[in-house]
Design a protein around this ligand. Structure first.
Ligand code: AHG
Ligand code: MN
Ligand code: MN
Ligand code: MN
Length: 346
């Protein structure tokens, strides 16, 4: 029988999802869709793990003609490989009506040679691409929405649902171990890949983010470009015990959102990518639909908070598939403190 929250049982992802289905917390199609995504993440983990031996490092495209995605970023080979793995894995299963990716300009209905299901899948196939060539943890982020009633061929507009409409979200982190972290709206749970049998095994049931923290994650090199509320928040935080926050903080910044969020889900912290003079014209740096919203769902399900700095992240009504947002997420009390600086400065 499943162990109590926080315990680990020798329970595979497959068994966990079957028990969630038996308990009425996930439907059969969504369960199978999650299994397909998990299988794709295993393939991506193998590709990432080959590194230089697999010819998967470096930029995609040909020398002098790098392929650039809709974000305006030079694509890495692994961005494209991971995207292709997820497209192929999800095309034929029959659970999806359409999918959207950081690496594709527009969403894509499932090819009509296959049956279509009732779900929409959005993903960041390879998060932290700038870390691939230097062997630092990267990951895959995914979000699942329902396809609106009566829509058989979904277009971009059908994906534009707020984070509260997500039915599942997760990420897979490709680090010293490969760990899938998942929510279907009933807690956030971690599954570590047992490479010998090729199964994700439940290693934490019910991840909980500590309410308070002394650890923050932000790219400090942007400090001079931040808006006044963020300047004030970080200045007070850096003043440590001598300042208004009254405690010393530690800083960590991996530049892979998946790695930073996994640390925060595991031991607490606040992650922030605020507006700055370089990214505010685009609305921020991180993408709402396949970075901020899935991570916010996971964080809230683990007792944390997620905000744009001025509003709950999951209540943002999307206006575009690749829309960017400022992000504050993690330990609830610290996110509320950071939001306080923004609300009082407005
Ligand atoms: P991606 O590699 O999918 O484009 O995402 C990178 C994001 C996110 O993973 C990370 O937190 C952030 O970019 C790092 O930004 P900086 O390089 O500006 O620190
Ligand atoms: Mn990218
Ligand atoms: Mn990303
Ligand atoms: Mn990416």
């Amino acid at each position: 029988t499943p162990g109590p929250a926080g315990s680990t049982t020798s329970c595979s992802l497959t068994r966990f999802l079957i028990e969630e289905q038996r308990a009425g917390r996930v439907g059969p199609d969504l369960r199978l869709l999650i299994e397909v995504v998990a299988r794709a993440c295993k393939s991506i983990s193998i590709a990432v793990g080959k590194g230089a031996l697999g010819g998967v490092l470096g930029d995609a495209g040909t020398p002098g003609a790098a392929s650039v995605n809709i974000q305006g970023e030079a694509q890495k080979k692994l961005d494209v490989i991971a995207n292709d793995v997820l497209l192929e894995a999800n095309a034929w299963g029959g659970h999806l009506a359409g999918l959207a990716s950081e690496e594709m300009d527009h969403s894509m209905p499932i090819p009509d040679v296959y049956p279509r299901g009732n779900y929409l899948l959005l993903f960041d196939p390879l998060d932290g691409s700038s870390n691939i060539d230097v062997n630092i943890s990267v990951g895959t982020i995914f979000s699942v929405l329902r396809c609106p009633e009566g829509v058989t061929t979904p277009g971009d507009e059908h994906f534009l649902q707020p984070g509260t409409a997500q039915v599942a979200a997760g990420y897979c982190t490709y680090g010293p171990n490969t760990t899938l972290v998942l929510t279907v709206g009933h807690g956030t749970h971690a599954f570590t890949l047992d490479r010998e049998i090729g199964s994700f095994m439940l290693t934490t049931r019910g991840m909980r983010i500590p309410e308070e923290t002394r650890e923050f994650a932000v790219n400090m090199s942007n400090q001079r470009h931040w808006q006044p509320p963020m300047q004030a928040y970080i200045a007070d935080l850096l003043a440590g015990t001598t300042g208004p926050r009254g405690k010393d903080f530690n800083m960590r910044w991996v530049a892979s959102m998946v790695a930073d969020v996994h640390r925060i889900l595991t031991r607490g912290g606040i992650f922030s990518y605020p507006l700055d003079a370089k990214c505010e014209a685009k609305g921020g740096k991180l993408r709402l639909m396949y970075e901020a919203n899935p991570m916010s769902f996971l964080v809230e399900q683990a007792g944390g908070a997620a905000s744009t700095g001025r509003a709950r992240m999951m209540e943002v009504q999307p206006s575009g598939l690749h829309q960017r947002v400022p992000v504050f997420l993690g330990s609830r009390a610290e996110v509320e403190a950071a939001v306080g600086y923004h609300l009082e400065h407005d």
